[in-house]
Structures are given as structure tokens and as C-alpha cells.
Write a protein that binds this ligand. Structure first.
Ligand code: NAD
Length: 317
């Protein structure tokens, strides 16, 4: 789901290099490790959209399970060849998700000890990734750390995800399809805070541990979409004439199969390493809405890329 144009700001940075390839391509991964001799591997590559995982589960197993296994295998071979000090300092960071624990109860917060109980094909593929990460640590001693962030939001998120999808549709005054009663709760974490959490786990996380990262900001999807509507009404105007407030565009549609009702995490251990979310949701959402309104070139390109992918899949299927 990545977009080259999202990297425009860092394209010329001397420490940035983009290589486009498949995480399950062992030869390419080996070549890159040998050539660049990294001090750490941060594994974020994944198929990520739950709805797509319901439509085509094998693609998720291929990238998120086989891809993770390939990367772990090659990273382990590379790590074993490092000299003493480099070997001790090396880290393999796996980006998991709060979705691997299944649905949380009304007042429950998942902890690092919560059992994996994934419900969607996406979550199951990420849980399988976690099992592989654990197995490589246990079997070969690979120094791994895992982070399980909650739902991210912020600029440049592809409009297949809830917040950008609703911003763009509401901006155009299209209908806003909301799954079921819209009372499913997610803990929204700004992407900048998530990046800081990754940095903290990489630098200070105890090898072999899993860290959950959330903003203690559980909100129902309906509330989030209503806030987006209000922000757009005040940024773009309600529309004049008889145009209704944008919240009137919300349409409740058949719920996603197996939709988890609630996710919530205990970020205590990560906070004790010095991390804490800094972006207030009200401010972060306002800035995110502004970013999408002010970047139509990016959004047109992103929506075009998603459409081309979907029609290519239709043609192939
Ligand atoms: N977005 C969230 O709310 C969220 C929350 C928790 C965890 N995560 C995890 O964070 C990571 C990044 O998620 P995102 O939201 O940025 O997703 P995204 O779909 O926007 O980006 C995923 C990236 O993986 C790449 N990718 C996909 N298949 C690949 C393959 N076979 N080989 C190499 N690269 C491949 C894509 O090109 C893209 O750059 C994922 O591991 C995801 O599971 C995301």
C-alpha cells in the first residue's frame, strides 16, 4: 500500500535509500543485508487492510507470514556473521498490532501477557508473525523486540483506512458508509507518537519483550466520523443553500464479518521507558483533516493507486 510520492520530502536525504522489492524475496533481502550491514532491521512491511484480508486471505499469509519468516531467516544468518559487539547490539524489531489479541471486553486493556487470539485473517497473519519472531529468538537467539501499536492516524495514510476514507468522502459530500452501529471502539494513536514509540522500543526495549503502544484514547467509530464531519463543515463550510451538515451523510451498513468490538492496550511498560503520546486527538485530527484538504494532488494520486490495484485484482480474478 506504499506510495512513492509520500517519500518526496526525504527523497534526497543522504541516509535515505528506497529499494522496491518483495519482503519474501530471500535473495534480495540477503543482498541488501550484506551490502548495507544494518545495525537493526525494523520489519513493518505488511498487507494491512482488514477488509482486504477478508477478501483475499492467502495474500496476507504470503506477505505477513512467509515474508516475515524470510526476513527473520535472512536477518538471523546475517546477525550470526557479525562480530561480538555488533552482534550484541543488533536488533530485529517486529511491528505487530493490537489486533492480535482479539476483541477487548468493555473495561479490559490488553497487556504484554495477553494471549494471542486473532479474529481476522489480517490479525491472524500478524499473530503468526509474532509466533515466528518468538521462535527465532528462542531457537537461534536472535535479539528481537516487538511493538503492538493501536490504530494509527495522521497525514499520508492511504484512504482505504477509516479516517482518510471518511475525510475524502465527506469532503466531496458523498455518503459515509459506517459498519453496523458504529460503536466499535479503537484507541487512536497519532503516527508521530507511534514513530517515537518504535524508536523507544528499539533503543531501550528489553530483548525478547513485547511493548503495547496506545494513546488511552478509545473512541467509537461513529464519534470519530462525526468529528471529521464537524471539522470539514467548519473548514469548508456546510455548503450553503439546503446542504445538510455532513453528519447527515452517515449511512449505517452491514457490519464487517467478525468485526472486533473494541481494542484497548496498557502502555505502562512503554511509558516506563520514557515514551508517552504527545499529540492530543482533537488537535491531531484537526491537523489531519487540514492536511488532506490542502494536499489534493497526493489524495488524487492515492485514490487512483487504490482504484488501479482494485481493478487489476478484478481483472486477475
Ligand atoms: N496503520 C495502523 O493503524 C497500524 C497499527 C498497528 C500496526 N500496524 C502495522 O504497521 C505496519 C505498517 O502499517 P501501515 O499502516 O503503514 O500499512 P500500509 O499498508 O500503509 O504500508 C505497508 C507497507 O508494506 C509494504 N508491503 C506490502 N507488501 C509487501 C511485500 N510483499 N514486500 C515488501 N513490502 C510490502 C507496502 O508497500 C507498504 O509500504 C504493518 O506491519 C502493520 O501491520 C499498523
Amino acid at each position: 500500500a506504499g506510495m512513492r510520492t509520500s517519500l518526496a520530502e526525504v527523497a534526497d536525504h543522504p541516509q535515505h535509500l528506497l529499494v522496491e522489492g518483495d519482503v519474501a524475496d530471500a535473495a534480495l533481502v540477503r543482498e541488501l543485508l550484506v551490502e548495507h550491514r544494518p545495525r537493526a532491521v525494523l520489519h513493518l512491511a505488511a498487507e494491512t487492510h482488514v477488509d482486504r484480508s477478508i477478501d483475499e486471505p492467502p495474500q496476507f499469509a504470503r506477505t505477513n507470514v512467509l515474508g516475515t519468516c524470510t526476513l527473520l531467516d535472512q536477518a538471523t544468518r546475517y546477525w550470526m556473521g557479525l562480530s561480538g559487539g555488533e552482534r550484541d547490539r543488533f536488533r530485529f524489531l517486529f511491528m505487530s498490532t493490537d489486533e492480535v489479541f482479539g476483541a477487548a471486553g468493555p473495561n479490559e486493556k490488553f497487556t504484554a501477557e495477553s494471549p494471542l487470539a486473532a479474529n481476522s485473517p489480517y490479525a491472524a497473519s500478524k499473530a503468526a508473525g509474532e509466533h515466528l519472531v518468538h521462535a527465532f529468538a528462542h531457537t537461534y537467539g536472535l535479539p528481537v523486540v516487538t511493538i503492538n501499536p493501536t490504530n494509527n492516524y495522521g497525514p499520508r495514510q492511504l484512504p482505504e483506512k477509516l479516517i482518510p476514507k471518511m475525510i475524502l468522502a465527506a469532503g466531496r459530500r458523498e455518503e459515509l458508509p459506517l459498519y453496523g452501529d458504529g460503536l466499535q471502539e479503537r484507541d487512536w494513536l497519532h503516527v508521530d507518537d507511534c514513530c517515537q514509540a518504535i524508536r523507544t522500543v528499539l533503543r531501550s526495549g528489553v530483548v525478547g519483550s513485547r511493548y503495547l503502544a496506545g494513546a488511552d484514547n478509545c473512541l467509537a467509530n461513529l464519534v470519530v466520523v462525526e468529528r471529521i464531519c464537524e471539522l470539514l463543515d467548519s473548514a469548508l463550510g456546510v455548503g450553503g443553500g439546503d446542504a445538510p451538515a455532513r453528519r447527515e451523510l452517515i449511512r449505517h451498513v452491514t457490519d464487517r464479518p467478525g468485526h472486533d468490538r473494541r481494542y484497548a492496550v496498557d502502555s505502562g511498560p512503554l511509558r516506563r521507558l520514557g515514551w508517552g503520546p504527545r499529540v492530543d486527538f482533537t488537535q491531531g485530527l484537526r491537523e489531519t483533516v487540514q492536511w488532506y484538504v490542502q494536499n489534493p494532488t497526493w489524495t488524487v494520486a492515492a485514490e487512483g493507486a487504490l482504484q488501479r490495484r482494485d481493478s487489476a485484482e478484478l481483472a486477475a480474478g
